[in-house]
Write a protein that binds this ligand. Structure first.
Ligand code: GTR
Length: 317
């Protein structure tokens, strides 16, 4: 009798389209509440509704599925279906996108979005197909600045310091140009590395500085805003290729909607984070940015492969 009921129930569920959804695992190094995490969740809800429950996105937060290099690899292999990462660690897999890590590349925020949402941004999103990924969209990640155990107010203060950077060659070169040593390291390890003095500092945007609680162990935040490296949402090409044209359109539309949401959450959190870290004891310093900018120019000679792209980016008005 019980069996019959189960069978009936299951067939009824199939009939109304509630049958076991296809679950996409999506990775993020940030916690719940972080703009990128909430944006991907929103995208998932739109997709679930629009496909009558056929697809569901489960976001695995806080680096549960590995660091960014690992989740990129897993997404390429379709072991997980999606990952939201910074474009910085993607450089190792697809070099052209590393151009976005160049220091002081964008004149301002408007220029940044014009490039990302224009032909150059599209071209680089499309480019990741070569490595088995599909780029769905970029998200805002603001500007990255230094935070250290001892105050930094001008580039000379960075001399001899070990600064944790993302897994990215441009960032290592930038630290060298500023007189420091770049130490590539996974995000999850940064707190302890700062606490124990394995590194003297790191660099990131205000929401990361706050949510990863790095302000507790590196309380001097110098807003030199050396880079604007966007976030990117990647989906496995192996998975993508199985979607119908209509499903692809739904995924892409949902991604675009989630970008608007992320941008809104980002602005809010950027402000809240700056307030919260100061309440938590961090000291914020606004330096003379041109001093950093001048030294950072040396990085441009080291990456001749980006010359054309940089020229095109600068020409975007
Ligand atoms: C954050 C970014 C993360 C991660 C992190 C890091 O700003 O959102 O995806 O790349 O920086 O520094 O590792």
């Amino acid at each position: 009798m019980k069996r019959l009921l189960v069978v009936l129930l299951v067939s009824a569920m199939f009939a109304v389209g509630l049958a076991a959804p296809i679950v996409l695992k999506s990775a993020d190094v940030h916690p719940d509440g972080y703009p990128t995490v909430e944006a991907v969740k929103m995208m998932g809800r739109i997709i679930e509704i629009m496909t009558n429950g056929k697809y569901r996105i489960e976001v695995y937060t806080g680096g549960q599925l590995g660091d960014e290099k690992e989740t990129i690899e897993q997404t390429i292999m379709n072991a997980i279906q999606m990952t939201r990462v910074s474009v910085a660690p993607l450089q190792t897999f697809y070099d052209p996108i590393g151009v976005f890590a160049m220091p002081y590349l964008f004149r301002d925020e408007e220029h940044y979005w014009k490039v990302l949402e224009g032909p150059i941004g599209e071209e680089l999103l499309k480019g990741v197909e070569k490595i088995g990924l599909v780029g769905l969209c970029y998200y805002d990640a603001g500007a990255r600045s230094f935070y250290t155990r001892k105050p930094v107010q001008k580039p000379e203060d960075l001399k001899g310091m070990k600064i944790r950077v993302q897994m990215n060659e441009v960032m290592v070169a930038l630290m060298q140009a500023l007189g420091a040593t770049g130490v590539p390291m996974a995000y999850a390890e940064v707190y302890t590395a700062l606490q124990t003095g394995v590194v003297d500092g790191a660099e990131n945007n205000p929401p990361s500085y706050y949510t990863a609680r790095h302000f507790e162990v590196a309380p001097y935040y110098c807003l030199d805003e050396h880079t604007r490296i966007p976030e990117i949402l990647l989906i496995s090409k192996a998975f993508w290729d199985k979607l119908t044209p209509e499903e692809k359109l739904i995924f892409k539309t949902a991604a675009i909607a989630s970008v608007q949401y992320e941008k809104y959450l980002w602005k809010k959190m950027e402000e809240e984070a700056l307030e919260a870290v100061q309440k938590g004891g961090a000291k914020i310093f606004k330096p003379d940015i041109s001093a950093f900018q001048k030294l950072a120019q040396a990085v441009y000679d080291k990456f001749p492969q980006y010359k054309d792209l940089i020229k095109r980016i600068q020409e975007v008005k």
